[in-house]
Design a protein around this ligand. Structure first.
Ligand code: FE2
Ligand code: FE2
Length: 191
């Protein structure tokens, strides 16, 4: 006799007694005031400062990445590796685009983008690198991209539903960094 298939355990989420989905009317009312805050409304309140700080650390990372890729672009040209030198420049331009988008979002959140050069390397997650040979350059860039991927992934999890616009921006940037890391991995293998 065939045995009956086990019944899967289905977990259902039920609302608690009396629980309803409702908007916070007081917060909506507060949004009608404080017009000087622009796009900042009560919802982003408790996390705004932390998010601005985290975005500024990412901004520092992007700026250091621009400097590293630029350095590699110009020195790789001298090593007669025009193709890789060109790719380093493409990455430098894309990292600069990321920096601009982060700075714009920081301002939109009512913060100040920190472009201070003195503290860039201490605030950045990824390191600067002035390697003289092509393989070391590719490796340093791959390490930096992997660091950026890990940092952005953690940031996206931390932000969750606290700021959906920032999260979408970070998800966009993360996809670019993953693309960069993939390319670098292939160049490292081909070298
Ligand atoms: Fe980037
Ligand atoms: Fe990148």
């Amino acid at each position: 006799m065939a045995t009956a298939a086990p019944v899967p355990h289905i977990k259902t989420v039920k609302p608690a007694e009396g629980e309803r989905l409702a908007l916070d009317e007081a917060a909506i009312d507060a949004a009608r005031r404080n017009l000087n805050l622009g796009a900042v409304t009560p919802h982003s309140g408790p996390w705004r400062k932390d998010i601005i700080q985290l975005l500024n650390d990412s901004l520092a990372t992007e700026l250091v990445c621009v400097l590293r890729y630029k350095r590699h672009h110009f020195t790789a040209e001298g090593l007669s590796s025009p193709k890789i030198a060109e790719e380093f420049l493409v990455h430098a331009t894309e990292e600069a685009g990321h920096a601009d988008r982060l700075a714009r979002r920081i301002v939109q959140l009512g913060g100040e983008p920190d472009f201070g050069p003195d503290s860039l390397t201490t605030r950045s997650h990824a390191a600067y690198d002035d390697s003289a040979d092509l393989k070391s350059m590719i490796k340093a860039n791959l390490i930096a991209e992997r660091v950026a991927i890990e940092a952005y992934s953690q940031l996206i999890t931390l932000i969750g539903d606290k700021d959906s616009t920032t999260r979408r921006l970070l998800e966009d940037i993360l996809a670019d960094e993953q693309q960069h890391a993939d390319e670098l991995k292939d160049w490292l293998a081909a070298d």
